[in-house]
Ligand binder design. Structure first.
Ligand code: SAH
Ligand code: SF4
Ligand code: F3S
Length: 449
């Protein structure tokens, strides 16, 4: 019987992508994937270090693995991802039963490390952060039934926003070659994928470091030319690097979806400066205006941090006013979490946890109203929906997304998974839209195209 592996993923889309790459590589080496942690020969926990809570979640789970190791000492337990990179050897001291600690930039060597450990070799700590990022391994059958896929185009970050641990755990910015990206996208499309989301900590500085090859808008144009690729998305972009050329892509490219995630972090110039973000409230607002001019239906989502050191009540109110002014489609907001090694961890003016919590609630309350309003504004409109599969309610319910990345649930008599269909929005809800398929016969017939 072949060995089995289980992989649990915390954190962002890039961590999910990395877990998929690892899964494919291990399947190619003859491992079987299992969803049952207790039965697996190899247990891998892919961790996130961006906030204390994320890190604690992963560490708590690791702490619970001791009985599994005691029961079957030949079982291999590995901690991978951003916490592994951050803590390195310390994890062996804290959890002596670990076999593998592996950072994000060494994951392409996972098969080799596991073979060595299983052959009775030493435990391994692999935290070299200089290796080039690799696009996914390929595995027959892995993509079966997948309509959407991620594709890593760059990794790492050189921005060093003062609160953020990511540059320390993902390393310096490195881009995957355009040829590799195009090959991978073509492969995904020929295996049934209709929508690709390009991933990177800061995608719009793709190839910025003069390695030749196209910059980000050029890459988008090349991808747009792939026949069969219906939709293209990307995340995340930094406002300071959002060029006119990139804004122009939203007007010009047929496959580029009308959505951008553009983290703003704060509405106060003072706080933005302390965060080292490289733009002001005003420049951010002007960027949004230009995006909306290029693509009037563009959905805009963002990230915001409350309680950054030195954030006073009036700074926070500027953040509140900004979300009202911009009317984001959705907002991910976080309490500032102090991360070791970052510049902000040494700043004065720490905000009490209870105060951070109050600000977070106030911000989320306001955003909930805005999100609902934005969703209601779509009532009566006709949206193109890429059908991803059955909805949560089962039966005839299907689910998919609009170009603006909003979830739409609707009913259909046939399985339209993987098809682009037209749906009339009948109700805008807090977290999704309810729709009805337009002229089912017609849509289902044209869906065969
Ligand atoms: N550019 C990055 C952002 C990663 S972190 C990317 O997408 O790859 C995602 C979000 O987490 C950030 O936009 C920020 O809002 C939040 N974040 C990062 N560090 C944080 C910290 N120390 N405390 C609270 N939130 C943080
Ligand atoms: Fe972190 Fe800033 Fe880089 Fe995003 S751009 S990963 S928030 S340092
Ligand atoms: Fe977390 Fe690492 Fe992603 S810290 S947000 S898993 S880059």
């Amino acid at each position: 019987m072949s060995d089995s592996f289980y992989i649990k993923t915390f954190g962002c889309q890039m961590n999910k992508y990395d877990s998929d790459s690892i899964s494919q590589a291990l399947r190619n080496s003859g491992y079987e994937q299992t969803q049952q942690m207790h039965d697996a020969h190899v247990i891998l926990i892919n961790t996130c270090a961006v906030r204390k809570k994320a890190e604690e979640k992963a560490l708590t789970l690791i702490g619970r693995l001791l009985p599994l190791k005691t029961r079957s000492p030949e079982r291999v337990i590995g901690i991978i991802g951003c916490v592994a990179q951050d803590k390195g050897m310390d994890l062996f001291h804290r959890f002596p039963y670990l076999d593998l600690v592996m950072g994000p930039r060494t994951i392409h060597r996972v098969g080799e490390y596991l073979s060595s450990i299983k052959a009775g070799g030493e435990r391994i700590c692999a935290v070299d952060i200089t290796a080039d990022p690799v696009s996914s391994a390929r595995c027959n059958g892995f993509l079966r039934g997948r309509v959407t896929s991620f594709l890593k185009i760059m990794e790492g970050c050189d921005n060093f926003c003062t609160y953020c641990i990511v540059p320390y755990v993902r390393g310096r910015e490195r881009s995957v070659s355009a040829k590799q990206v195009i090959d991978e996208a073509t492969y995904l499309v020929s295996n049934g994928v209709k929508e690709i989301t390009l991933l990177g900590q800061n995608v719009n500085s793709y190839n910025a470091k003069g390695s030749g090859g196209p910059r980000f808008p050029g890459l988008l144009r090349e991808l747009d030319a792939i026949p069969g690729l219906k939709r293209l998305r990307f995340t995340t972009s930094h406002p300071k690097d959002l060029s006119d050329d990139l804004i122009g892509c939203f007007a010009d490219l047929r496959s580029l979806c009308s959505h951008i995630h553009l983290p703003v972090q704060s509405g106060s110039d003072k706080v933005l400066r302390l965060m080292g973000r490289g733009y002001t409230r005003d420049t951010y607002i002007r960027l949004i205006e230009r995006l909306r001019t290029a693509r009037p239906d563009i959905a805009i989502t963002s990230d915001m941090i409350v309680g950054f050191p030195g954030e006073m009540e009036d700074d926070f109110e500027e953040s509140l006013r900004l979300i009202e002014e911009i009317q984001f489609d959705n907002l991910f907001s976080f309490r500032y979490s102090e991360r070791k090694r970052t510049v902000a961890s040494k700043l004065p003016g720490k905000v009490e946890e209870t105060e951070k919590q109050r600000r977070l609630y106030a911000l989320q309350e306001k955003q909930r109203e805005i999100t609902l309003l934005k969703n209601r504004l779509l009532e009566g409109t006709i949206q193109e929906v890429l059908v991803e599969g059955p909805g949560k309610r089962g039966g005839e319910q299907l689910t998919g997304r609009t170009p603006g990345n909003k979830v739409v649930n609707f009913s259909a008599k046939t399985n339209l998974q993987g098809h682009l269909v037209e749906v009339r929005i009948i109700e805008g809800r807090q977290n999704s839209l309810l729709g009805e398929l337009i002229d089912a016969n017609e849509a289902e017939a044209s869906a065969c195209l």
